[in-house]
Design a protein around this ligand. Structure first.
Ligand SMILES: *Cc1c(COP(=O)(O)O)cnc(C)c1O
Length: 395
């Protein structure tokens, strides 16, 4: 059996999105900036895509900027807010220790440029509290950037409450909603979100397309200079087929959100219960405030990388954390942020489901993982020490 359970890394493009991409290539080959008919027909497609996405976010079409993906949107949002802050002498930014690297590395760069960065600690359950945010904001704060849902452990943050605090304190609020999009209801106005990042390939859209929502009245800064595309905030000929495909995917996934979440959460719950029967295992992140498709479990005494390779040889494609850090030997910064010790964080397994997975696949995973974990533990010097009592079990 072949099971793809790495939907937080990327998803397969949906048939509707693929059809939209192909039909745009076939029928709308003009440049949306051209004044002739082909150009204007392409421009109409661009506007329709913008309106569709805006409607699903509770935004206005003119507040939607198309980018190359989640990383670019995160970079542009944070750098824009930092430049605006610096103009008013405000150079403090609040974020969390378990953001995606597109956020963390941008903040590290700003820190070198003289910004002060506060990274909030994340509680053991993978959540930050609105009180932590309120306490961290000072008179110098220009931006709070906190992810909507975490890409490794799937925890969903109290975004509305955080948005209210930022709004009442006059601080810009950006959220990386790449993992939450099409899984959680998002209304940027009700949630007091000033800027928000999306990525098409995380919700069954094409790779290389994303959205930055930026509330009207905030002076977005462009990272790419050139033509006047995207209200002169993002130069370069639009990737129209990918943008139209993204809008089709987002529309469809939002329309089916409730029914997909129900189906996927039932499989997730069965998977968590099945895998947590393995001795000395523990779920990472809160069980309730969690994306419907996220399972992230630590197994004591094993190496996550070896587990992944053995599971792959049995047809199960999963991850040990984020795709971006696999290949490095450092344990996940997210698992360290929620207080897992290094040796436990090394033994993590992330399985992220979509509505394309089936209950039979879940049973196959539940049947396969215990044998692989046992096999690895039997070869592990650390497990031997744990079994002999020379080391203490922590989970
Ligand atoms: C995947 C991901 C990104 C990066 O998106 P790309 O479109 O791949 O650049 C950013 N943030 C989160 C939370 C993600 O999961």
């Amino acid at each position: 059996m072949k099971v793809y359970a790495d939907n937080a890394a990327t998803t397969k493009i949906s048939p509707a999105a693929l059809r939209a991409v192909i039909s745009t290539y076939e029928n709308y080959s003009g440049n949306p900036s051209s004044l002739h008919t082909s150009g204007q027909l392409a421009a109409e497609q661009l506007l329709t895509a913008r309106q569709k996405i805006a409607a699903r976010l509770g935004a206005e079409a003119k507040e939607i900027y198309f980018t190359s993906g989640g990383s670019e949107s995160d970079n542009q949002a944070i750098i824009s807010a930092a430049l605006l802050g610096a103009k008013r002498g405000k150079k403090h930014i609040v974020s969390t220790a378990f953001e995606h690297h597109a956020v963390l590395h941008t903040l590290q760069k700003l820190e070198k440029d003289g910004f002060e960065i506060t990274l909030l600690d994340v509680h053991e359950n993978g959540l930050v509290t609105p009180e932590q945010v309120a306490n961290a904001i000072t008179g110098d704060t220009c931006l709070v950037t906190i992810m909507f849902a975490n890409n490794e452990i799937g925890t969903i943050q109290p975004i509305t409450e955080i948005g209210e605090i930022c709004s009442s304190r006059g601080v810009l609020f950006h959220t990386d909603a790449v993992q939450a999009a099409a899984h959680v209801d998002i209304d940027v106005k009700k949630m007091h979100i000033d800027m928000l990042s999306l990525s098409a390939h995380k919700f069954h859209g094409p790779k290389g397309a994303g959205v930055l929502y930026c509330r009207q009245g905030i002076a977005l800064q462009s990272l790419i200079e050139g033509g006047a595309q995207e209200r002169a905030k993002r130069a370069g000929t639009e990737n129209l087929p990918a943008i139209v495909g993204m809008a089709a995917a987002f529309d469809e996934e939002c329309a089916n959100m409730r029914q997909n979440n129900e189906k996927v959460a039932a499989m997730r719950n069965r998977l968590i219960d099945g895998l947590c029967e393995i001795p000395h295992s523990a779920l990472n992140g809160d069980r309730q405030s969690r994306l419907s498709g996220n399972v992230n479990i630590c197994f004591e005494g094993i190496e996550g990388e070896s587990l992944l390779l053995l599971l792959d040889s049995k047809g199960i494609e999963a991850s040990s954390g984020s795709a971006c850090t696999s290949g490095s030997l450092d344990p996940s910064h997210v698992l360290l942020a929620i207080g897992r010790p290094h040796e436990v964080a090394h033994g993590s397994l992330r399985l992220t489901l979509s509505a394309e997975n089936t209950p039979a696949e879940i049973e196959y995973i539940i049947k396969t993982v215990p044998g692989v974990v046992n096999y690895l533990r039997n070869m592990s010097p650390m497990w031997e020490k744990l079994e002999k009592g020379e080391m203490q079990h922590v989970i």
